[in-house]
Structures are given as C-alpha cells and as structure tokens.
Design a protein. Structure first.
Ligand SMILES: [Zn+2]
Length: 85
C-alpha cells in the first residue's frame, strides 16, 4: 500500500496517478506500473484462453470430453428407441 509522507496518508494503488505520483501533492510515491490498465480495447480474450504461445491446439476439447459426448448421444438415442417401442 503506497504511503505519501508529505500528506501522511495511505493511497489505494487505483487512486494513484498513472505515473505513481500522489494525487494531491504530486510527490512520487511508488514506481509507475509496468502494465497499463486493461481496457476493452487492449483486452485479448483469445490470448488469455489459448495462452502466450498462441497454439490453438491447447484450446481444443480433450479426447475424453469428445468420448463422453459420443456416449451421451448413443445413450439418448437408445432411450429414444425405447420410447418408440
Ligand atoms: Zn501526497
């Protein structure tokens, strides 16, 4: 938690100026943030889902999920046949 000695006050990191200075006296309290604030424009959901390496194979469904879906279709198909007979 950044503390300004001139103002004798603790500041929430989100309440600081973007360059890390105190909002009231302008004194440098903490080092500026390396990463800028996440906005709707610079948010990359695909990179978050896939990962930094960008391999789309990591985002594919696992084999056991596909097997489960096949077994579910077979079971529901059999239950539908039972319903008709
Ligand atoms: Zn201050």
């Amino acid at each position: 938690m950044p503390f300004c000695e001139d103002c004798a006050k603790y500041w929430a990191p989100s309440a600081m100026n973007d360059d890390g200075t105190c909002p009231t006296c302008g004194r440098t309290v903490e080092a500026p943030k390396v990463q800028s604030t996440i906005t709707a424009k610079n948010l990359d959901l695909k990179r978050l889902a896939v990962g930094d390496d960008g391999d789309p194979a990591d985002a594919a469904a696992p084999w056991h999920f596909k097997l489960l879906m096949v077994l579910l279709v077979v079971y529901l198909g059999w239950r539908f046949v039972q319903l008709l007979t």
